[in-house]
Design a protein around this ligand. Structure first.
Ligand code: GLA
Length: 737
């Protein structure tokens, strides 16, 4: 019997005096999914043996996406486990990590789950990186003492490697200190502070000493130290609030030492710091002084002007066919013939006024004269997007002032489509969007534009209806609704290529050319954004499909590894493919609260990494689509996205994307020429250690008049050009030649 095998394996690790732990590293395994397999009495004699410290595909089982696998472990749990323990009421089951979601059953009863299965009503949520500690009540948890127990673990793998990995399963009777955990949460609005919370999972109290130290990362000086004695019980977490100055680069180190066991919990956190100076209260135009539209298409443009509200917008002369809203600077109307119209717009508030000489270019190829700025729902809400969430982010975009910096597109991604087409083949939105047209009208009234998502395949990447066979109808419906941007994502179109056994460029371009025809036939301007296509290089031919932008990398996520790959590795050498109205798109932004589903989390990028992300993306003349919930955006993220000098590089009318001009070790320099004759330069430290850098030697110019720090909006002195760049950090310069 298999069971014997496992009993032998169970060599109870140190069941003497104190260290009370049972450790198991082998299980029985089967791919597939049947909830029945959670039950203790299932016949698993024919299942395969597996090592639970390594993913299943690394042990000869098929590597497949969207796959389930079940592990069953037969284990004797001795009552002596509780001997000498200071927690008599709980046994802790510590599982290996799972790639990437798990549910764990003990003798048929669910004892814990991490991440969310795709079938969960709240939507799939990846759980790879989380610790799996499942406490079980000694009396009510269903443990069979001194007898065989069956632990069944259901694992779902979304893509790549799958299954349990990283360490053996352990079963132990924990000490009070083992149930302690520490978390650090930052509040960056108003008076900034970081709250350290220490909580206990177990009933008996733990006591110890807490120390928090705040250091200045630039000088190394200790700013403050705080020390406290704490006693922590289950259900009564202790919270210590550490105030900090958000204009300084601070590191917080929090340490808790348990008195009884000497166990130490320690966390360090780079705190969010704001470099962008406060905007003046007087009006300031934050846009490129040019906008393009096709003849006869509706003009939908909102002058982005920061400064105290209310503000009044006027124009010296307004060409016939255009209207300018006095209260919010929304420009509307239409111009039927190709032309260039230049006029001066003035914004005035109680503190002063500012004017801008502005040119409206009317012509056939005038869409996207500068990269699109706005918001997209995917990186935050994933498939759980709804009309309510769109409107809440839009309202916040206006209220928090992002619209005053040019963020003007509100784009929904996948998840808006009805389950089936109407009898006449037209598409509709699902119940989460009770009035698509009403919502879009509401946006247009505010001078904002609306974007939608679809795929040339039968289904989208999220499994919703795609446009295959209905391209014309879809373009017409979108026109009726008032769509201004289409993200057209490859997804299931691969199946069509497979059927046709046609793998050339032409087969990639075909569906994009087809949709291009219908999109361009509509009497409105639809920014045409092409999605990433597996291994194929859309940037080589996107221009010939009249794409206004195309993805130059696969999907981004909120990790440094992703920024390094998607941003640095995959964009180097691609500047040649970008031009005015046809931009490279390395994917949407991952700052703020993101999550790809219904529950959001703070981005996992450190503040330094977020500065690097925005610096690189603006240099790359990339689409600047915010990927977080704007309603929950804090001051830090707002300042990161609303630095007018930084954004001006992205929106520069010369439209020349930066490329990598230097790389030595971990230091990379990316630069681009600007319309005013200056150059923008990003100096990045992509390594894991801080580095001393002489920036003067890296600036690709012989003589320099002024070197400006774009984040701080300050001109630098010669001595300031020698600096330390933190790990994953950068400096962003504008060099006047
Ligand atoms: C693909 C795209 C993402 C997103 C999803 C939606 O993965 O690359 O940006 O649009 O599809 O399903």
């Amino acid at each position: 019997m298999k069971n014997l095998f496992f009993v032998a394996l169970l060599a109870l690790v140190g069941l003497q005096a104190k260290a009370q732990t049972v450790s198991v590293s082998k299980a029985l395994f089967r791919q597939g999914d049947e909830m029945n397999w959670a039950k203790p009495d299932v016949d698993d004699a024919s299942w395969s043996e597996i090592d639970i410290t390594r993913q299943w595909d690394k042990q000869g089982f098929p590597r497949n996406n969207h796959a389930y696998g079940w592990y069953r472990i037969h284990v004797n749990i001795p009552k002596s486990l509780l001997g000498g323990a200071d927690q008599q009421n709980v046994v802790l089951f510590q599982l290996p990590k799972a790639d990437d979601v798990d549910e764990c059953y003990l003798n048929g009863k669910l004892i814990g789950a991490t991440g969310r299965m795709p079938t969960d009503p709240a939507g799939y949520f990846c759980g790879v990186d989380f610790v799996r500690d499942y406490p079980v009540d000694v009396k009510k948890g269903g443990i069979l003492w001194d007898a065989e127990n069956v632990i069944a673990v259901r694992v779902y793998n979304r893509g790549g490697s799958g299954g349990l990995f990283s360490r053996p399963l352990t079963i132990s009777s924990p000490r009070a200190a083992d149930g302690l955990s520490m978390s650090l949460t930052e509040e960056n609005n108003g008076r900034s502070h970081c709250d350290v919370e220490i909580s206990s999972a177990y009933a008996s109290a733990a006591g110890g000493t807490f120390v928090a130290t705040l250091t200045d990362r630039q000088t190394g000086a200790v700013i403050s130290t705080l020390s406290k004695k704490l006693s922590i019980k289950r259900g009564r977490p202790m919270r210590v609030s550490v105030p900090y100055d958000k204009r300084r680069m601070c590191l917080l180190t929090a340490t808790y030492t348990d008195t009884k066991t000497g166990k130490i919990l320690s966390e360090s956190k780079q705190l969010k710091y704001i470099l962008t100076p406060a905007a003046p209260v007087t009006p300031r135009f934050n846009n490129a002084p040019v906008y393009g539209v096709r003849p006869g298409s509706p003009v939908i443009y909102r002058f982005p002007v920061s400064g105290e509200k209310p503000m009044k917008f006027t124009s010296d002369y307004l060409p016939e066919g255009l209207q300018l809203s006095e209260s919010d600077g929304a420009l509307s109307g239409r111009i039927d013939k190709p032309c260039e119209l230049t006029f001066t717009v003035t914004a005035e508030n109680a503190r002063g006024k500012a004017s801008q000489k502005f040119t409206l270019k009317v012509g056939e190829h005038m869409i996207g004269l500068t990269p699109p700025m706005g918001w997209n729902s995917w990186n935050c809400w994933g498939l759980s997007i709804s009309q309510e969430k769109v409107m809440s982010s839009t309202q916040a975009l206006i209220d928090k002032g992002l619209a005053d910096y040019g963020y003007g597109y509100i784009n929904i991604d996948d998840g808006w489509e009805a389950e089936e087409r109407n009898l006449d083949g037209t598409i509709e939105a699902n119940a989460k969007f009770p009035s698509m047209k009403g919502m879009i009208d509401w946006l247009h009234e505010r001078g904002l534009k609306f974007g939608i998502y679809s795929s040339p395949g039968e289904t989208t990447c999220g499994g919703y209806l795609g446009s295959l066979g209905h391209e014309k109808q879809d373009a017409e419906v979108w026109n009726k609704w008032g769509v201004d941007y289409l993200k057209y994502d490859w997804c299931s179109y691969e199946r069509v290529r497979e059927q046709d056994n046609d793998w050339g460029f032409a087969s990639c371009m075909r569906p994009y050319l087809l949709m291009q025809k219908f999109v361009r036939e509509q009497p409105r301007d639809i920014f045409y954004s092409l999605g990433p296509l597996g291994g194929t290089q859309v940037y080589l031919w996107g221009l010939y499909c009249d794409g206004n932008s195309w993805r130059t990398a696969q999907d981004i996520n909120d990790t440094w590894a992703s920024i390094l790959d998607v941003g640095f590795r995959q964009q180097a050498g691609k500047a040649q493919y970008s031009s005015v109205g046809h931009w490279n798109d390395p994917d949407m932004l991952v700052v703020g609260k993101v999550g790809w589903g219904s529950s959001l989390r703070e981005t996992r990028l450190t503040p330094d990494e977020q500065y690097t992300h925005i610096t690189l993306w603006t240099l790359l003349a990339s689409n600047m689509l915010i990927g977080c919930d704007i309603a929950q955006m804090d001051e830090f993220t707002l300042n990161l996205l609303c630095n007018n000098e930084v954004n001006a590089v992205n929106q520069d009318v010369l439209g020349k994307q930066a490329d990598r001009v230097f790389k030595e070790g971990d230091i990379e320099v990316w630069s681009r020429p600007l319309a005013d004759g200056a150059i923008a330069v990003g100096i990045f430290n992509v390594g894991d250690k801080e580095q001393q850098v002489d920036m003067k030697s890296l600036i690709p110019a012989e003589t320099t008049k002024t070197v400006r720090d774009l984040w701080r909006q300050q001109d630098l002195t010669a001595s300031e050009l020698v600096c330390t760049i933190p790990a994953h950090g950068c400096r962003y310069l504008k060099v006047f030649l």
